[in-house]
Design a protein around this ligand. Structure first.
Ligand code: FMN
Length: 180
């Protein structure tokens, strides 16, 4: 029931501090590795943070709105070179490579009963400095990863955000059959 898992994936904010097994983490990274990519360029690189001290240092680089992510036992930073993807149509396909790998990892997390929340809110220079990511790479995404915790773990603002219904544009608005 892949559609059920796709729909169950959600960007929740309450993370339990319960650790993730290495086996689970490796299977999530495998899921990312097996994503499709333009010309099989595989532009992605995954920097996995799960050591408490390393995480604490990386947390300094998060934007204030993403402070809830400090509770997650794992952060996966996804970095790529801007010229790391294929160059068709003058489009930045490295971003699509990374996006597909991220979604694969998020879905594998759901499959394992975990929650992944992708974010774009961080200070890139600071996060690169902390983690030693070479300067020619861009940080495209950070995934907070862990077991979902209880909403009572959150402050009022995050609890309200986490309780909002998830919405999507209707198929009728986005799908064009045969012709736009
Ligand atoms: C590229 C990207 C950047 C995002 N950045 C943030 C972020 O900085 N902070 C945050 O709390 N959520 C962030 N999100 C999560 C989105 O808000 C979330 O995916 C969207 O609201 C849809 O909700 P759902 O994932 O529960 O379906 C980001 C998601 C993506 C794909």
């Amino acid at each position: 029931m892949i559609l059920e898992e796709i729909m169950n994936r959600h960007s929740g904010r309450a993370f339990s501090s319960k650790p993730i097994s290495d086996e689970m983490l490796n299977s999530i990274l495998e899921a990312g590795r097996w994503a499709p990519s333009c010309s099989n360029k595989q532009a992605w690189n995954f920097i996995v943070l799960h050591d408490k001290e390393v995480l604490t240092e990386a947390h300094e680089a998060l934007s204030g709105g993403n402070a809830y992510g400090k509770a997650a036992p794992v952060m996966i930073i996804v970095a790529a070179k801007e010229d790391g993807g294929c160059s068709a149509h003058g489009l930045p396909y490295f971003m699509m490579d990374v996006g597909l790998a991220v979604e694969n990892m998020l879905l594998q997390a759901v499959h394992l009963g975990l929650m992944g929340h992708p974010v774009a809110g961080w200070n890139e220079a600071e996060l690169k400095d902390t983690t030693g990511i070479p300067k020619e790479y861009r940080i495209v995404c950070v995934i907070f990863l862990g077991y979902e915790g209880d909403l009572s773990l959150l402050d009022e603002v995050d609890r309200a955000k986490a309780s909002r219904p998830r919405t999507r544009r209707e198929l009728s608005e986005i799908v064009h059959w045969e012709k736009w």
